[in-house]
Design a protein around this ligand. Structure first.
Ligand code: HEC
Length: 133
């Protein structure tokens, strides 16, 4: 193949290479998640796993399943909004209402039974009023 044809072939393939990287990425959302469950599935489960059991890889990912720390809503809000240790922060991609919904979701799933819903107002009070897109 002549060099300019190879260059053209690479140009054509480039978008596919980007697409191949997409699964598992936390920054390329297909559509904005609207429920706490969708936020969990699109963002959190890439690390904490679908069953909330966490795991060990580059970092130790704590289990959210049966996790007594989740009794403290403020702790989850701060963790999700501002990050913690090897966990990134999400207040630049999640709106306060989405942080509230995913906090409520993890508090009521994976064997956790803290039914009091986390509200958008709590998120704003605890993590500041910064809003996302
Ligand atoms: C890139 C991987 C990653 C993603 C994505 C992620 N987490 Fe984490 N998460 C971690 C790590 C690592 C820790 C442990 C941080 C530490 O204590 O050093 C953690 C800790 C936590 C904790 C504290 C657990 C405890 O017992 O102290 C909560 C709660 C939590 N994550 C919830 C979430 C939620 C909800 C989401 C989705 C919005 C999420 N995480 C997304 C990696 C991730």
């Amino acid at each position: 193949m002549k060099p300019h044809l190879i260059a053209a072939a690479l140009l054509i393939l480039a978008p596919f290479a980007a697409w191949a990287d997409e699964p598992g990425s936390v920054t390329t959302l297909h559509k904005p998640p609207v429920t706490g469950e969708e936020v969990y599935q699109q963002i959190c489960q890439s690390c904490h796993m679908a069953n909330g059991m966490g795991g060990k890889g580059a970092a130790t990912i704590p289990a959210l399943a049966g996790n007594p720390h989740l009794a403290n809503a403020d702790y989850i809000i701060i963790t999700v909004a501002k990050g913690r240790g090897a966990m990134p922060w999400f207040d630049d991609i999640l709106a306060p209402t989405q942080i509230a919904d995913v906090a409520t979701y993890v508090r009521t799933h994976f064997g956790n039974n803290y039914p009091k819903p986390v509200t958008e107002a709590e998120v704003k009070a605890v993590a500041g009023a910064k809003t996302s897109p």
